[in-house]
Design a protein around this ligand. Structure first.
Ligand code: 3PG
Length: 212
């Protein structure tokens, strides 16, 4: 899984977030993103039925890699992995979740924002982490500083990333991919404007292809 994920992120290093409660709509959003060229999708567990949305996307779409985000507990991690989640994203670093995912061979991206957290992730055996919340944690200058000491670490900045600063983050070789909700804006989701979501995905792919 790690290799497929890395390959897909190398070709389009952007991970859109889906926070949809309604499984049918979640599938439409995922397909709209896929049509726009983004095939690695994070479904955030922030609403009661978000996991059902993730399961529907996994069951009803093709050629997408679908992971679960905002995973807060080990039980949640086990539950989404049992449902087929292909990677896990957490807002922070919890050893037992990281260790479980490493043991299962499930790629995991715990949120980090300090040198101490990155070093702890490194000690646990991780070489890829989320950098969260990227803009508030110091943005590109902070990532440069962290990258200069953690040479093997790859980062996924998320939180405050948008089309306007995506290129700045992707210009850093240590950035694996950027994540964010700007690709699935609430107004477009509410209006069922899937063409807009596809257009935003295409825009992100275009920005990424100019930088990499
Ligand atoms: C996350 O869960 O990673 C963030 O809440 C996403 O932040 P954004 O909404 O600024 O993209």
């Amino acid at each position: 899984m790690h290799e497929t994920l890395s390959r897909m992120l190398a070709s389009a290093p952007v991970v859109p977030l889906i926070g949809e409660n309604d499984p049918e709509r979640a599938v439409k959003i995922a397909n709209a993103l896929g049509e726009g060229g983004l095939s690695v999708i994070e479904v955030v567990l922030r609403s009661p039925d978000a996991q059902k949305g993730m399961e529907a996307i996994l069951g009803e779409t093709e050629d997408l890699i679908v992971g679960a985000g905002t995973v807060l507990t080990l039980d949640q991690a086990k539950s989404v992995v049992a449902s087929g989640a292909q990677f896990i994203v957490c807002p922070g670093l919890v050893d037992e979740i990281a260790e479980y995912c490493l043991g299962e061979g499930v790629p995991v991206y715990p949120g980090t924002m300090t040198a101490g957290e990155v070093q702890r992730a490194y000690a646990l055996g991780l070489r890829e982490v989320k950098f969260f919340p990227a803009s508030l944690a110091g943005g590109v200058p902070m990532l440069k500083a962290l990258s200069s000491v953690f040479g093997e670490m790859r980062f996924m900045p998320t939180g405050g990333v948008s089309a306007s600063n995506l290129a700045d983050y992707l210009a850093l070789p240590s950035v694996l991919a950027c994540g964010g909700s700007w690709l699935t804006p609430a107004d477009a989701v509410k209006a069922g404007d899937y063409a807009k979501i596809t257009a935003l995905a295409q825009e992100a792919v275009g920005i990424a292809s100019k930088v990499r």
